[in-house]
Write a protein that binds this ligand. Sequence first.
Ligand code: DC
Length: 228
Amino acid sequence: MSKKIIIAIDGYSSCGKSTLAKQLAKDLYYIYADSGAMYRAITLYFLRNEVPHTNISQVKKALGNIHLEFVFDVDAGKSILYLNDENIELNIRDMVISEKVSEVATIKEVREFAVAEQQRMGIHKGIVMDGRDIGTTVFPHAELKIFMTADIAIRVERRFKELFAVNPAITIEEVKQNLEMRDYIDSNREISPLRKAEDAVILDNSNLTMAQQLKIALQWAKEKTDLA
Ligand code: DC
């Protein structure tokens, strides 16, 4: 049997990172971890408990009360994130969270907390993790690093379709502004900004189907596992 590797997928918001990561994990029998969901869960906790982002001692205290766990749901065929034993999968996709999450993800203590959890999850390899700093900070030695991009118009359309299905009041303009704002904050923050790792391969999926991008990524994974 070939050795297990770590696959790190980074890129801008709504590039289809989680779709690809989930499919790769399924095909390779690997664990899938959505690091963005962790930042979203922390944001949800901060909003619910009115934690002021600028008060570092309160931020630290709040982080001490947060327990995050991914649990595989056999019926859903995917991992669900639990925040202090509560399934918060639906709550964290809300626009209210999308509007605040990038700001929360700039806080040093929040990043240290999330990165430590993420590194723990990768100890035994055999994991696909997607996010913004996975190939650069979380797993700088990942065997396969993929940096995903897609045209902004295509990303807006994809995200709009997803959000419209649960909230018909949403507008294209709102979605576009949110993606642009998050891309800006994520790329310009001081700690672990979104960057392509030097040894990452670029996957521009603007004109690729899901099946095509999966085929490409599986081939890359095969090449790396053969070497591992
Ligand atoms: O992948 P996502 O859109 O659910 O991520 C939500 C936000 O979390 C994203 O705008 C920035 C932050 N994030 C991060 O800073 N680092 C990561 N590894 C993943 C997400």
